[in-house]
Design a protein. Structure first.
Length: 762
């Protein structure tokens, strides 16, 4: 659950006092333990000298005790007045006051100069992590605590906290607080103090005291500052609609830039019926940023997604990630990648599967922006795919399948002045037969034959460049044989710190694929940058070898022993093409395959995955082109490592990619790193992330988040600085940002819409 607000227990204590009825006894419903009695008149009686009264067993007052130096009771009107060291105790709480005036008939009264301590009981025990694993107690005080209704109370000039210490780390001080029992507390002129230092002033604060773990209430505000967008205060109100739904309302006040309002709605009616949606509206004033005048503007952001189970084995899904102004993302987003380049998406679909048949209907529109404001739209609206597989033909080891898809394929190029729409209709059907030709455990052989027919509503003109509204159909046969093996393996017994047993597996693989000639090949449109480009009349031979090392540590008697673990896997792969043009459109090779010159050989691909110990994992991919010029042989590589322990989670990535065929071609060379540390059961820690451009020797982004959580409160701070000045088109090439947030035990904190503190809500 996201929020666990604290019940205001002092109201419960007052209610217990109110429950004492008037009757014929000296104090009806209570047994006197020690006192001196004095009859004042016919209606009034006085109890003196360390008065101690205890609730009668079996009555509503059982387990409760009341202490006072002096107590006076009017048996006719029901008025009770107690003075001097007044203390009221229950099995879980205690309240003390200088004096109390109470009417046992109207059940209204006032505790003067009162304070108390109470346990949150079972609910607090369930949420002990919210209280630093200590006993979950609450402390409260006030000049006067009045009972003004059956379940309604007012505290004048008081405060409360969950830090039950001689000097509380935090408390909320309020001039006037109205409490509706088991529902809410409304505080006016409230000040949140940390170590007696005022931190936030809130004119009106709604504080939940429901019995439910998820309760409606205000969250603690967060403070932010930026050299580009100025100072800001972010507020949020959480509404617990019921156990399956909740909503959060956001408000951002940007002192010099304007205001923002938003809302988030979440629901979970069943594991397959859940979703969340966020809406944000930003109203900006005119401002000067980096010497540029930004005119007033309004922008909207909508994000969310859902999944919904439907009858007849169907399921629906939807996703939206939409904004109206890309420069708003650059100006406000704390995520470095989103600030430099953004993509907006909305998509949905319905799918179902029945035995061997699977059907999927989709609608997707993805628009990617560059830093100039130009964009490319891709997707399908709508599209449908269907597949039927695994049908065995007679007694032979022969299996039939068929795949089909149809829809409108989107590809639209937009600039600030022009729009080039290359979208078209496409229908594709591929029946195929598959035959497993080997039953040997160390050798796998599979043969596949298919015939593909594809219809395009548009084609290329005679110049083979201009797309025209003339349909074209592509037909070709595709035959393929895949061989894995023979597989060789050997087991070793190193009995060292890494493994007691080690298994080395050598797994060669081969494939031969032949596509027949395509008569209409030169007229097939290449919308979406060649997403569906096939070079007919080509034979492709792929070959590679995989080396796997599996380890097992410990014997079966060892409780920590587990199954085999993958220590290292290394794959080496390359392809040969009889038509060298096919090498430019083989998307199984990652780095710049469309930028290479035609070649009969693909790059050499090396992939490796290592896990030297359980908390450490490393992935590596490299592509080397032996046919390129000397300075372009290394097309690119990617190295990613992760380490996860109880205290540390660290990820590191190094990527390099070359574009073009000459020394003037562009290249990317980046290091990205992020490390999170948590100490003493997560009571304090932090996160450090940075992005470094090796090619330009520039630290593009560095971000630091630190938090400290005491037994009843916490603080989070964030500092971020990024420098994207190498790109002169971005609105905010440099910025420094600072954010601060406080958390109180049982009260939620949150991140704003632009990802402060790494995003998320707590």
């Amino acid at each position: 659950m996201r929020y666990r607000p604290i019940r205001f227990a002092c109201a419960v204590l007052i209610l217990m006092v109110a429950a004492a009825p008037a009757g014929a006894q000296i104090v009806p419903g209570w047994n006197a333990q020690s006192f001196t009695q004095e009859q004042i008149d016919a209606d009034r009686v006085r109890l003196m000298r360390e008065v101690e009264i205890e609730g009668e067993p079996g009555s509503a007052n059982a387990g409760q005790k009341f202490f006072a130096d002096d107590l006076e009771l009017n048996t006719k009107t029901g008025e009770l007045t107690a003075r001097g060291n007044v203390t009221f105790r229950t099995p879980t709480a205690q309240i003390s006051a200088d004096s109390v005036t109470f009417n046992t008939k109207t059940r209204l009264g006032t505790f003067s100069i009162a304070s108390g301590i109470a346990s949150l009981g079972e609910r607090g025990e369930r949420n002990r992590s919210m209280f630093g694993t200590l006993e979950p107690d609450i402390y409260f005080r006030g000049e006067a605590i009045e009972k003004i209704g059956p379940d309604k109370y007012r505290i004048r000039n008081g405060a409360f906290t969950t830090c039950v210490q001689p000097t509380p780390r935090w408390e909320i001080v309020s001039g006037n607080a109205t409490i509706n029992l088991h529902d809410y507390a409304m505080l006016r002129n409230a000040v949140i103090q940390v170590k007696d230092v005022p931190v936030f002033y809130i004119p009106i604060m709604y504080y939940p005291i429901q019995d439910d773990d998820r309760a409606t209430g205000l969250l603690i505000p967060t403070y932010g500052a930026s050299t580009a967008r100025g100072q800001s205060i972010s507020n949020a109100f959480f509404w617990a609609i019921n156990r399956s739904q909740d909503a959060t309302i956001f408000h951002d006040w940007l002192f010099s830039r304007g205001t923002g309002q938003g809302a988030e709605y979440r629901y979970m009616f069943a594991p397959q019926s859940q979703g969340s949606f966020r809406y944000y509206f930003l109203d900006e004033k005119e401002a000067v940023i980096n010497g540029r005048t930004q005119l007033p503007r309004k922008s909207t952001t909508v994000t969310g997604g859902l999944s919904q189970g439907l009858p007849f084995g169907l399921s629906a899904r939807a996703r939206v990630d939409y904004f109206t102004n890309v420069t708003v993302q650059q100006l406000y987003n704390n995520n470095f990648q989103d600030a430099s380049q953004s993509t907006r998406t909305y998509a949905g679909g319905i799918s179902g599967a029945w035995r061997g048949l699977a059907v999927n209907g989709t609608f997707q529109r993805v628009e990617s922006f560059d830093n100039l404001g130009n964009s490319v739209v891709q997707g399908s609206e709508p599209g449908m795919t269907a597949s039927f597989s695994g049908y065995k033909i007679g007694p032979l080891p022969l299996y039939a399948s068929i795949n089909a898809d149809a829809g409108r394929v989107l590809y639209v190029q937009k600039t600030t002045t022009t729009t080039n729409d290359l979208s078209l209709m496409k229908a594709d059907i591929v029946p195929s037969l598959r035959a497993p030709l080997s039953t040997l455990p160390f050798l796998q052989v599979n043969a596949t034959a298919s015939y593909r027919t594809t219809y395009f509503s548009e084609s290329l003109a005679a110049d083979k460049r201009t797309q025209i509204e003339t349909p074209v159909t592509r037909k070709y046969a595709d035959m393929r044989v895949d061989v894995v093996g023979p597989v060789f393996s050997k087991v070793f017994n190193p009995n060292n710190a890494i493994a007691d047993r080690l298994k080395h597996i050598i797994e060669p693989s081969y494939s031969v694929q032949r596509r027949t000639k395509i008569a209409s090949q030169d007229f097939i449109p290449r919308a979406a940058g060649g997403y569906d480009t096939i070079i007919g009349g080509t034979t492709q031979v792929s070959y590679g070898v995989a080396n796997r090392f599996l380890v097992r540590k410990g014997s079966g008697a060892d409780p920590e022993a587990g199954g085999p673990r993958e220590l290292l896997t290394v794959n080496l792969r390359q392809s040969y093409y009889t038509d060298e043009r096919a090498s430019q459109f083989d998307s199984s090779y990652s780095y710049g395959y469309q930028y290479r010159k035609p070649s009969p050989f693909s790059p050499i691909s090396l992939t490796a995955r290592a896990a030297p110990t359980v908390p450490i994992g490393v992935d590596f991919r490299l592509e080397y082109d032996p046919t390129s010029a000397a300075e372009k042989k290394l097309l690119g590589f990617g190295l990613n490592g992760v380490m996860r322990t109880g205290m540390i989670e660290s990820t590191t990535g190094w990527s390099r990619q070359a574009y073009g065929n000459t020394s003037s071609g562009r290249s990317n060379n980046y290091i990205n790193q992020g490390t999170s540390l948590r100490f003493r059961d997560g009571r304090f820690g932090g996160t450090v992330t940075f992005n470094y451009d090796i090619g330009r020797s520039k630290l593009l982004n560095h971000r630091y988040v630190g938090f400290y959580s005491a037994q009843c409160c916490g603080v989070s701070v964030e500092y971020q600085e990024y420098d994207y000045s190498a790109n002169t088109n971005i609105l905010v090439p440099k910025d420094r940002r600072f954010n601060m947030s406080f958390t109180l035990a049982g009260v939620g904190s949150f991140s704003n819409f632009f990802g402060a503190f790494g995003g998320g809500t707590y």
